[in-house]
Ligand binder design. Structure first.
Ligand SMILES: Nc1ncnc2c1ncn2[C@@H]1O[C@H](COP(=O)(O)OP(=O)(O)OP(=O)(O)O)[C@@H](O)[C@H]1O
Length: 314
């Protein structure tokens, strides 16, 4: 049975001017780790806010097991841990106070609350920042507390909106490890939003790529990579003066897809059989001496993401 079923969900803002989610449909099985990737403003947070009952879909419906949550989000309270992008309401409390209050809201006894506060404060080394309220902590510290709050009472499903955003590499590793351990040992279902494609590729079992409010592709990391498996990638860094030259060289081609990352950094994607001619074109028209870096590789999930973001997957 699916833990979540999302059917044809649409959500817009500003009297329909901003279509944040358009006909979103997918389901989630118990014990999955699924993540949503997409550029800023793609509609990821809007989607998870509807899944946790903070927003109501304009159209379509969301079921948690067999319960429709559009009109009855309370059913989620005991099953769900949610980490929002920003902690607003608890900002005047310290980490331990915020954890304690959330334990009480979740119905834990005094004794269980005491144990939970101590366990989380110790596990994530939060005692060192417990003198200041959450709104006086750094962005990363604040997000770590938000992550801990989502873990309270060992929920069956965790919905995490950019859990590692702003965390330093060491803490990021701790958070990803915790996510994987909970999934492996307690079969916790994890739904997350992230911009970190490289880390996501290691952790996620299924990925949904969202752009302009729609799911553009959803599947296992392998399935998404298969969409571009016959491609090869040329990563070029060169003198910015050559930018126009390079764009003009390939602008009428349906064989080469040129993606600018910045003024002097470009990626060219093409099917494997065309790579030699791409190199020939570059050498003859620009010259090897103009390139600061030149790298050929097979594409990874990040490339699926880059292509989706810039132009859409072919
Ligand atoms: N409460 C709101 N009122 C008006 N517009 C909104 C509201 N919430 C979101 N939007 C708009 O809906 C679109 C989708 O926003 P959303 O926050 O879901 O994107 P996102 O993919 O989570 O972006 P990011 O990666 O930047 O967090 C954006 O254009 C955003 O400006």
């Amino acid at each position: 049975m699916h833990i979540y079923s999302i059917n044809d969900v649409c959500k817009s803002f500003n009297n329909g001017k901003v279509e944040a989610n358009k006909n979103i449909t997918f389901s989630i099985k118990r014990g999955e780790i699924i993540g949503f990737l997409g550029p800023n403003g793609a509609g990821k947070s809007t989607l998870v806010k509807q899944m946790v009952g903070l927003l109501k879909p304009d159209e379509g419906d969301i079921h948690f097991y067999d319960q429709k949550i559009n009109s009855n989000p309370e059913v989620l309270t005991y099953f769900l841990g949610y980490m929002p992008q920003r902690i607003g309401a608890l900002g005047d409390l310290t980490a331990s106070e915020a954890i304690r209050v959330t334990c009480k809201l979740k119905g834990l006894t005094n004794e269980a609350t005491k144990v939970e506060v101590k366990t989380l404060m110790d596990e994530f080394d939060l005692n060192r920042i417990d003198k200041r309220p959450l709104n006086k902590l750094s962005g990363g510290e604040n997000r770590l507390v938000a992550f801990c709050i989502a873990l309270i009472a060992n929920p069956e499903i965790l919905i995490l909106d950019e859990p590692t955003d702003g965390l330093d590499p060491e803490v990021r590793k701790i958070v990803w490890n915790k996510i994987m351990t909970l999934n492996r040992e307690k079969n916790t279902t994890i739904v997350l939003v992230t911009h970190n494609v490289v880390e996501a590729e290691r952790v996620l079992q299924r990925v949904g790529l969202i752009n302009n409010g729609s799911i553009r592709a959803i599947g296992t990391v392998g399935e998404l990579k298969d969409k571009i498996s016959n491609q090869i990638k040329l990563d070029l860094k060169f003198n910015a003066m050559e930018k126009t030259n390079l764009i003009n060289l390939f602008k009428d081609s349906s064989i080469y897809k040129v993606v600018p990352l910045d003024e002097s950094h470009f990626i060219i994607y093409c099917d494997k059989e065309y790579i030699q001619s791409a190199i020939k074109i570059l050498i003859e028209n620009i010259g090897l001496e103009k390139f600061n870096d030149f790298n050929i590789s097979t594409p990874n999930l990040e490339d699926v993401y880059i292509q989706l973001k810039k132009e859409g997957i072919r």
